[in-house]
Design a protein around this ligand. Structure first.
Ligand code: NAD
Length: 339
């Protein structure tokens, strides 16, 4: 099938071409999908999008006018797609339901280690021939309490790694996992988890129920000096509430691989621009905040699996087969932006 891949970086092209092996006609554009760029998809029956692409109702309507029939995402999360509108318009939407959960879980652990032992600051210091240890004091992870919000595929791997460090595990999820309970995890309410955890890591999807899960009310439950990590979706946190908590020291550190307004920033070089987003600009100034540009998934293994699944999705669609990656609006209550 003829496929237009939006938001395509050189690594996307490399992995998708390797997985495709000439089966489908792949075209790549670096631009993100939005109202102004949807015209490029005219006469492409398939488009392939990523987390920053705008798949709201007006864009979907234009896609249908241009004869698109399948949207296949290169991501697990699909909060950027208006599934109800897609259903109404007869568009099939597929995602990559699962790929290396290790990539994201390991990255979350990496952020924790960097923030705790100040590795990001030490790296800068030593480059300036400053070998002082002042300000670099960390703590042993052993014996600390880690709150895992969302114990699905990624949260489970994350829990196993933190168990390996000798941490106590608290979990919050709609469903409890016996294998994590066997590991020593205790499932609690969200507020209890927030009030008892030294480190909190978010691994739930963004839905209307989880939108701004961390807000000015829930942040008040946090244990004094807690560390908060988000490698899931930006809008799980109202980022504005982080700033006063960081200033007061209620939060000792924050690690964010995702940010609610990331679609205006991430996956591009803005080094010669003035940041217009005052919230992220302020967050970047804190020495105890580590922000990365949605890279937790970015391993060779994950990219290989994502590309293989995208190609399989297209082949299944072409031959009239459905698979578990097909998204239906009735299964998930989703609006395009949760605002
Ligand atoms: P998953 O479906 O395996 O797990 C999600 C868990 O959240 C499930 O156990 C589910 O029961 C729970 N959950 C859902 N809604 C809930 C609610 N309202 N309250 C409590 N629990 C709830 O998903 P996963 O593969 O572990 O991925 C988790 C999220 O990670 C994805 O939705 C995606 O947003 C994010 N992600 C981020 C990156 C990245 O690069 N930063 C990459 C992949 C996925």
């Amino acid at each position: 099938m003829k496929v237009l891949v939006y938001s395509a970086r050189p690594y996307d092209e490399r992995f998708l071409r390797e997985a495709n092996q000439g089966q489908h006609e792949l075209h790549f554009v670096e631009t993100r999908l939005e109202r102004q760029t949807v015209i490029l998809a005219k006469d492409f029956p398939v488009i392939c999008g990523f987390v920053e692409d705008d798949l709201s109702a007006p864009v979907l309507r234009q896609l249908v006018k241009g004869k698109t029939r399948l949207i296949t995402l290169r991501s697990t999360g699909f909060n950027n797609v208006d599934l109800e509108a897609a259903d109404r318009l007869g568009l099939t939407v597929m995602r990559v339901a699962a790929y290396s959960p290790y990539s994201i879980a390991e990255f979350a652990v990496g952020i924790i280690l960097s923030l705790n032992r100040k590795i990001h600051r030490a790296y800068q210091r030593v480059r300036d021939n400053n070998f002082l240890l002042d300000g670099l004091l960390g703590f042993d992870l052993h014996g600390k309490t880690v709150g895992v919000v969302g114990t699905g595929k990624i949260g489970a791997v994350f829990s196993q790694i933190m168990h390996g460090f000798g941490c106590h595990l608290l979990g919050y999820d709609l469903r409890q996992k016996p294998e994590l309970i066997a590991l020593g995890m205790r499932y609690t309410s969200l507020n209890e988890l927030l009030s008892q955890s030294d480190i909190i890591s978010l691994h739930i999807p963004l839905t209307p129920e989880t939108y701004h899960l961390i807000n000015h009310e829930t942040i008040a439950f946090l244990k004094e000096g807690a560390m908060l990590i988000n490698t899931s979706r930006g809008a799980l946190i109202d980022a504005r509430v982080l700033i006063p908590s960081l200033k007061r020291g209620r939060l000792s550190a924050v690690g964010l691989d995702v940010y609610e307004e990331e679609s205006h920033l991430y996956f591009r070089d803005l080094s010669d621009k003035i940041l217009q987003d005052d919230v992220i600009a302020r967050l970047i100034t804190f020495p105890n905040v580590l922000i990365t540009g949605h890279q937790a998934f970015f391993t060779r293994e994950a990219e290989t699996e994502i590309a293989a699944t995208v190609v399989q999705n297209i082949s299944d669609f072409a031959s009239g087969r459905t698979n578990a990656n097909t998204l239906k609006a009735e299964k998930v209550l989703v609006s395009s932006r949760y605002k």
